[in-house]
Write a protein that binds this ligand. Structure first.
Ligand SMILES: Cc1cc2nc3c(=O)[nH]c(=O)nc-3n(C[C@H](O)[C@H](O)[C@H](O)COP(=O)(O)O)c2cc1C
Length: 223
Protein backbone atom coordinates (compact mmCIF):
# COMPACT_ATOMS: atom_id res chain seq x y z
CA UNK A 1 0.00 0.00 0.00
CA UNK A 2 2.82 2.38 0.89
CA UNK A 3 3.51 5.02 -1.75
CA UNK A 4 6.25 6.91 0.02
CA UNK A 5 7.65 10.18 -1.27
CA UNK A 6 11.41 10.20 -1.40
CA UNK A 7 11.82 12.70 1.45
CA UNK A 8 14.75 12.72 3.81
CA UNK A 9 13.89 12.79 7.50
CA UNK A 10 14.89 16.47 7.66
CA UNK A 11 12.72 17.29 4.65
CA UNK A 12 9.79 15.47 6.20
CA UNK A 13 10.20 17.34 9.49
CA UNK A 14 10.61 20.74 7.84
CA UNK A 15 7.90 20.49 5.17
CA UNK A 16 4.95 18.89 6.92
CA UNK A 17 2.77 21.96 6.58
CA UNK A 18 -0.84 22.69 7.41
CA UNK A 19 -2.38 21.93 4.02
CA UNK A 20 -5.71 23.57 3.31
CA UNK A 21 -5.90 25.01 -0.21
CA UNK A 22 -3.95 22.19 -1.80
CA UNK A 23 -6.09 19.31 -0.56
CA UNK A 24 -7.44 17.18 -3.39
CA UNK A 25 -11.10 17.02 -2.41
CA UNK A 26 -12.03 14.61 -5.19
CA UNK A 27 -9.50 11.83 -4.70
CA UNK A 28 -10.55 9.08 -2.30
CA UNK A 29 -8.06 8.07 0.41
CA UNK A 30 -7.77 4.29 0.81
CA UNK A 31 -8.58 2.99 4.25
CA UNK A 32 -5.41 0.83 4.29
CA UNK A 33 -3.24 3.91 3.90
CA UNK A 34 -4.84 5.49 6.97
CA UNK A 35 -4.34 2.28 8.94
CA UNK A 36 -0.70 2.22 7.88
CA UNK A 37 -0.19 5.79 9.15
CA UNK A 38 -1.83 4.98 12.47
CA UNK A 39 0.23 1.81 12.80
CA UNK A 40 3.30 4.06 12.70
CA UNK A 41 1.74 6.77 14.86
CA UNK A 42 1.17 4.50 17.82
CA UNK A 43 4.90 3.89 18.08
CA UNK A 44 5.11 7.34 19.69
CA UNK A 45 5.85 7.60 23.42
CA UNK A 46 2.94 7.62 25.85
CA UNK A 47 2.74 7.83 29.59
CA UNK A 48 3.35 4.46 31.35
CA UNK A 49 2.70 2.79 28.00
CA UNK A 50 -0.93 2.89 29.09
CA UNK A 51 -1.93 3.24 25.41
CA UNK A 52 -5.03 5.32 25.92
CA UNK A 53 -4.90 7.19 22.62
CA UNK A 54 -7.53 6.32 20.02
CA UNK A 55 -8.09 7.48 16.44
CA UNK A 56 -11.56 8.04 15.04
CA UNK A 57 -11.71 8.14 11.26
CA UNK A 58 -14.69 9.80 9.65
CA UNK A 59 -15.30 9.23 5.95
CA UNK A 60 -19.11 9.28 5.91
CA UNK A 61 -20.30 12.46 4.13
CA UNK A 62 -23.21 13.13 6.48
CA UNK A 63 -21.00 12.95 9.60
CA UNK A 64 -18.34 15.10 7.98
CA UNK A 65 -21.03 17.62 7.16
CA UNK A 66 -22.23 17.77 10.76
CA UNK A 67 -18.70 18.18 12.14
CA UNK A 68 -17.94 20.82 9.51
CA UNK A 69 -21.03 22.73 10.56
CA UNK A 70 -19.78 22.73 14.19
CA UNK A 71 -16.39 23.88 12.99
CA UNK A 72 -17.95 26.71 10.99
CA UNK A 73 -19.82 27.88 14.05
CA UNK A 74 -16.58 28.01 16.06
CA UNK A 75 -14.76 29.66 13.18
CA UNK A 76 -17.34 32.44 13.00
CA UNK A 77 -16.61 33.24 16.68
CA UNK A 78 -12.86 32.90 16.21
CA UNK A 79 -12.97 35.22 13.20
CA UNK A 80 -14.45 37.97 15.36
CA UNK A 81 -11.70 37.62 17.99
CA UNK A 82 -8.33 39.26 18.49
CA UNK A 83 -6.42 36.02 17.98
CA UNK A 84 -7.43 35.62 14.34
CA UNK A 85 -4.15 34.95 12.49
CA UNK A 86 -4.53 38.08 10.35
CA UNK A 87 -4.80 40.22 13.49
CA UNK A 88 -1.53 38.97 14.97
CA UNK A 89 0.62 41.45 13.04
CA UNK A 90 3.93 42.84 14.25
CA UNK A 91 5.14 45.16 11.50
CA UNK A 92 7.77 42.56 10.54
CA UNK A 93 7.04 41.94 6.84
CA UNK A 94 7.93 38.23 6.80
CA UNK A 95 5.79 37.57 9.87
CA UNK A 96 2.84 39.70 8.68
CA UNK A 97 2.83 38.14 5.20
CA UNK A 98 2.78 34.65 6.73
CA UNK A 99 -0.11 35.62 9.03
CA UNK A 100 -2.16 37.02 6.12
CA UNK A 101 -1.58 33.84 4.11
CA UNK A 102 -2.73 31.72 7.05
CA UNK A 103 -5.92 33.73 7.25
CA UNK A 104 -6.99 33.18 3.62
CA UNK A 105 -5.98 29.55 4.00
CA UNK A 106 -8.03 29.00 7.17
CA UNK A 107 -11.03 30.72 5.55
CA UNK A 108 -10.72 28.29 2.65
CA UNK A 109 -10.57 25.23 4.91
CA UNK A 110 -13.59 26.42 6.85
CA UNK A 111 -15.63 26.82 3.67
CA UNK A 112 -14.61 23.40 2.36
CA UNK A 113 -14.20 21.22 5.44
CA UNK A 114 -17.26 19.09 4.66
CA UNK A 115 -15.67 18.22 1.30
CA UNK A 116 -12.40 16.89 2.73
CA UNK A 117 -12.57 13.10 2.24
CA UNK A 118 -11.30 12.11 5.68
CA UNK A 119 -11.51 13.72 9.11
CA UNK A 120 -9.29 12.10 11.72
CA UNK A 121 -10.01 12.76 15.38
CA UNK A 122 -7.31 11.60 17.78
CA UNK A 123 -8.77 11.07 21.24
CA UNK A 124 -7.38 10.34 24.67
CA UNK A 125 -9.19 8.18 27.20
CA UNK A 126 -9.23 10.14 30.45
CA UNK A 127 -10.45 9.73 33.98
CA UNK A 128 -13.00 12.38 34.96
CA UNK A 129 -11.04 15.09 36.84
CA UNK A 130 -7.82 14.40 34.92
CA UNK A 131 -7.54 18.07 34.10
CA UNK A 132 -6.94 19.10 37.72
CA UNK A 133 -3.15 19.37 37.83
CA UNK A 134 -0.57 20.60 35.37
CA UNK A 135 1.12 17.22 35.59
CA UNK A 136 -2.11 15.47 34.64
CA UNK A 137 -2.46 17.88 31.73
CA UNK A 138 1.10 17.16 30.62
CA UNK A 139 0.45 13.43 30.76
CA UNK A 140 -2.81 13.73 28.83
CA UNK A 141 -1.57 15.93 26.00
CA UNK A 142 1.93 14.47 26.09
CA UNK A 143 0.48 11.03 25.45
CA UNK A 144 -1.85 11.95 22.62
CA UNK A 145 -0.02 14.65 20.70
CA UNK A 146 3.16 12.73 19.75
CA UNK A 147 1.05 9.97 18.19
CA UNK A 148 -1.23 12.41 16.40
CA UNK A 149 1.73 14.34 15.01
CA UNK A 150 3.44 11.12 13.94
CA UNK A 151 0.23 10.38 12.06
CA UNK A 152 0.59 13.70 10.20
CA UNK A 153 4.23 12.94 9.36
CA UNK A 154 3.41 9.43 8.13
CA UNK A 155 0.59 10.89 6.06
CA UNK A 156 2.86 13.52 4.50
CA UNK A 157 5.42 10.88 3.57
CA UNK A 158 2.64 9.08 1.66
CA UNK A 159 1.44 12.13 -0.28
CA UNK A 160 -1.38 13.05 2.09
CA UNK A 161 -1.88 16.51 3.51
CA UNK A 162 -3.16 17.29 7.00
CA UNK A 163 -3.97 20.30 9.15
CA UNK A 164 -4.03 20.21 12.92
CA UNK A 165 -7.25 21.94 13.97
CA UNK A 166 -8.87 22.45 17.34
CA UNK A 167 -11.69 24.91 16.73
CA UNK A 168 -14.46 22.30 16.77
CA UNK A 169 -13.55 21.68 20.44
CA UNK A 170 -15.50 24.82 21.35
CA UNK A 171 -18.44 22.48 20.79
CA UNK A 172 -16.75 19.27 21.89
CA UNK A 173 -19.84 17.92 23.65
CA UNK A 174 -21.89 18.22 20.48
CA UNK A 175 -19.08 16.60 18.50
CA UNK A 176 -19.03 13.72 20.99
CA UNK A 177 -22.75 13.22 20.42
CA UNK A 178 -22.27 13.23 16.65
CA UNK A 179 -19.43 10.71 16.97
CA UNK A 180 -21.32 8.64 19.52
CA UNK A 181 -18.47 8.74 22.06
CA UNK A 182 -18.63 9.68 25.75
CA UNK A 183 -17.66 13.24 26.56
CA UNK A 184 -16.57 12.73 30.19
CA UNK A 185 -14.04 9.97 29.60
CA UNK A 186 -12.83 10.71 26.08
CA UNK A 187 -10.95 13.93 25.34
CA UNK A 188 -10.92 14.85 21.67
CA UNK A 189 -7.47 16.19 20.91
CA UNK A 190 -7.82 17.65 17.43
CA UNK A 191 -9.71 17.32 14.18
CA UNK A 192 -7.36 16.59 11.32
CA UNK A 193 -8.67 16.87 7.77
CA UNK A 194 -6.79 14.45 5.50
CA UNK A 195 -6.62 14.28 1.71
CA UNK A 196 -4.09 13.71 -1.03
CA UNK A 197 -2.24 16.93 -1.77
CA UNK A 198 -2.19 18.68 -5.12
CA UNK A 199 1.52 18.40 -5.79
CA UNK A 200 3.93 17.29 -3.13
CA UNK A 201 6.43 20.18 -3.01
CA UNK A 202 6.05 21.93 0.32
CA UNK A 203 8.58 24.31 1.82
CA UNK A 204 9.85 25.10 5.30
CA UNK A 205 7.64 27.77 6.91
CA UNK A 206 8.54 31.12 8.38
CA UNK A 207 9.58 30.75 12.01
CA UNK A 208 11.37 32.96 14.51
CA UNK A 209 15.16 32.82 14.38
CA UNK A 210 16.28 29.76 16.30
CA UNK A 211 18.52 31.88 18.59
CA UNK A 212 15.35 33.48 19.95
CA UNK A 213 13.92 30.10 20.77
CA UNK A 214 16.81 28.43 22.56
CA UNK A 215 18.28 29.21 25.94
CA UNK A 216 21.40 27.33 26.88
CA UNK A 217 21.25 27.54 30.64
CA UNK A 218 25.05 27.69 30.72
CA UNK A 219 24.84 31.07 28.95
CA UNK A 220 22.51 32.79 31.43
CA UNK A 221 22.79 33.56 35.08
CA UNK A 222 20.83 31.01 37.09
CA UNK A 223 20.74 31.76 40.81
C1 LIG B 1 -2.93 23.57 18.74
C2 LIG B 1 -3.17 23.98 17.32
C3 LIG B 1 -4.43 24.37 16.93
C4 LIG B 1 -4.68 24.72 15.61
N1 LIG B 1 -5.96 25.00 15.23
C5 LIG B 1 -6.23 25.25 13.93
C6 LIG B 1 -7.58 25.38 13.50
O1 LIG B 1 -8.54 25.24 14.27
N2 LIG B 1 -7.79 25.63 12.18
C7 LIG B 1 -6.78 25.74 11.27
O2 LIG B 1 -7.05 25.97 10.07
N3 LIG B 1 -5.48 25.60 11.65
C8 LIG B 1 -5.20 25.34 12.95
N4 LIG B 1 -3.89 25.13 13.35
C9 LIG B 1 -2.81 25.19 12.36
C10 LIG B 1 -1.96 26.45 12.52
O3 LIG B 1 -2.68 27.55 12.01
C11 LIG B 1 -0.63 26.25 11.76
O4 LIG B 1 0.09 25.21 12.35
C12 LIG B 1 0.23 27.48 11.77
O5 LIG B 1 -0.42 28.51 11.06
C13 LIG B 1 1.60 27.26 11.13
O6 LIG B 1 1.47 26.79 9.80
P1 LIG B 1 2.18 25.43 9.35
O7 LIG B 1 1.56 24.33 10.19
O8 LIG B 1 1.90 25.26 7.89
O9 LIG B 1 3.61 25.58 9.64
C14 LIG B 1 -3.62 24.74 14.66
C15 LIG B 1 -2.35 24.33 15.04
C16 LIG B 1 -2.12 23.93 16.34
C17 LIG B 1 -0.75 23.44 16.73
Amino acid sequence: MTTELALTVDELLSTTRSVRKRLDLDRPVPRELLVECIQLAIQAPNSCNAQRTRFLIVQEPHIRARLAELYRRSYADYAKGDFRAGNLLTGDTAWDDAQQRIETSTDHLCENLHRVPVLVIPCQQVDPGDERSREAQAVLWGSAVPAAWSFCLAARSRGLGTTWTTLHLRHEKEAAAILNIPYDTVQQVALIPVAYTKGTDFKPAYRLPVEEIITFIADVEVP
